[in-house]
Design a protein around this ligand. Sequence first.
Ligand SMILES: Cc1ncc(C[n+]2csc(CCOP(=O)(O)OP(=O)(O)O)c2C)c(N)n1
Length: 283
Amino acid sequence: MPTNEMQSPLDLRQIESFNLSIKKELSKALLNMGYGHFGGCLSVTETLACLYGRYLKHDPQNPQMKDRDLFVLSKGHAGPALYATLALRGFFDLSWLQTINANGTNLPSHADMNKTPGVDMTTGSLGQGISCATGMAAGSKSNVFTIVGDGELQEGQCWEAIQFAAHHKLSNLVVFVDNNKRQLDGDISDIQESFDLQKKFEAFGFQSLAVDGANVGAICDVIEQALATTDRPTAIILDTVKGQGIQTVVNISANHHLRLDDELRAAIETDIALLDKKIEELK
Ligand SMILES: Cc1ncc(C[n+]2csc(CCOP(=O)(O)OP(=O)(O)O)c2C)c(N)n1
């Protein structure tokens, strides 16, 4: 897999600041809506910051650039995390985030390639994104990155895609698993155990790596391992916490989708102020 030489890469401090800014902007957008998928948006921001800050070949001025790398948010309900990333990267104005899911918006709650500059695949029906990403990797020389949920992997079609990718040795495909141990209605281990995801991907023929999904430096290291691999696809199992970065959300066990009352809103606003402080310290 060739590495990206076209964009000016951010250093680790900048990537961490980018990550915190994504958390802040997506949280502000969901506060504005009054509801949203807080938990599963917040658990993927570190990975998005690494990809869009350093590794993904892209051009915000030309979202359809021909030889760009491709990104598929297979867990499409985390759309607001991707939108905050794209806005901060310059694909569109930050003010668009205030229109998420509104009538006529370019930012529907789930990702839509026909509406949003920078979105490479429409997703939301779990299982379909990783299948599309695999087909895109088979049909292109570009690198294709996708993020799937651990709950999403209960969809059988994911494993068809994984088997196909391994058989065709799609070394330009990187599958991140947001292993936050929760799905919509509870703990994965209560609903349908994932067992050892790293071993499962390895058994299918992937290079299979595990990493702390809250540590941007560690995530960059495993992405580099993936980019250096030329004989098979890579899976990166992200050890994450649903809601990570906004403690109020972490503390709520049923944090998949929150509807805000005044108390919750005030608590999240306090957490956003803490993020602001950290962002300031990183300057
Ligand atoms: C095919 C399909 N079935 C059900 C849903 C409804 N749904 C949206 S998110 C979700 C839970 C997914 O869990 P996970 O992939 O672990 O996401 P995370 O916890 O990281 O947000 C479900 C069941 C859907 N979007 N698509």
